[in-house]
Design a protein around this ligand. Sequence first.
Ligand SMILES: [Zn+2]
Length: 153
Amino acid sequence: MKFILTKELGRLATWLRILGYDSSFYRQDNLSTLVITALREERVILTRNSRMSRFPGPRIIKIDSDFVAQQIKQVIVELKLKPKQKDMFTRCVICNIELEEIAKSRIKDKVPEYVYQNQKDFVVCPRCKRVYWQGTHWGNAREYLEKIQNVYR
Ligand SMILES: [Zn+2]
């Protein structure tokens, strides 16, 4: 399932990308173009804008909460999503494109020394060249997502 989010949902977009979902971000105000893009790319629209519900055509989910934890939960519950561990952290959180494996030797000068010493696997975004690894950052994200699921189960 793919998403397109309106501009007030930036943090939710980041989290959906962490979960592995193709989530594009719509920065403009033209709602008709948004609807056309959603239909053409077969994306579900996620928005806080209640005026959006007047548009026929694409599936539109009006996000109820201002809090990102509740937003994530609403999307998961309403669309009956089952995020898989193996899909997590496969997508650049900035560019929304899939990450590629990269040989450790090629990123030596791109990550902090202690990271290079302690991590085995690295992936890179083909567009922005940002390097990702299974470090603390991903550990925290996983913990956070587990907490959300438990709290609202
Ligand atoms: Zn990127």
